[in-house]
Ligand binder design. Structure first.
Ligand SMILES: [Zn+2]
Length: 130
């Protein structure tokens, strides 16, 4: 297929994303081509902003845009109680579950909010899969 070089480069880059195979990459690239410039600028800006502003909390290794993170600066949490999660994306889910659990049991005891502690995996880069 004779594709303009920039489009080919975009397909190649999209294909490097997890869960994106050759067909999806091509579909997304053509979507980018057809989408108004402002919308694509917002997407590109959001990606850049994540790389520029999101970092790891120096206390608990949670992902954050302020260091220490929201959990570590929350005085209502007991720092002696920790919740260990494997990946940063699990913090939101377990935090929501904890909120539900403490809401359900808060009538009987003083709620003990937990702070997340992450067990960060090595930066093993998986081979290219599609
Ligand atoms: Zn933290």
């Amino acid at each position: 297929m004779n594709r303009p070089d920039p489009l080919t480069r975009l397909v190649e880059q999209l294909q490097r994303l997890p869960g994106i195979g050759a067909k999806s990459a091509q579909r997304l690239a053509y979507h980018v081509l057809k989408t108004p410039r402002e919308e694509i600028d917002r997407l590109a800006d959001a990606m850049r902003e994540v790389k520029d502003r999101v970092t790891y909390c120096s206390v608990c290794s949670n992902i954050t845009d302020v260091d220490p993170c929201f959990f570590c600066t929350n005085g209502g949490r007991d720092p002696r109680v920790i919740c260990v999660v494997e990946e940063p994306e699990n913090v939101a889910a377990s935090s929501a579950r904890m909120a539900g659990a403490t809401r359900a049991s808060s009538a009987s005891s003083k709620s003990r909010r937990t702070s997340p502690r992450l067990r960060r995996r090595g930066t093993s880069k998986a081979g290219t899969t599609s």
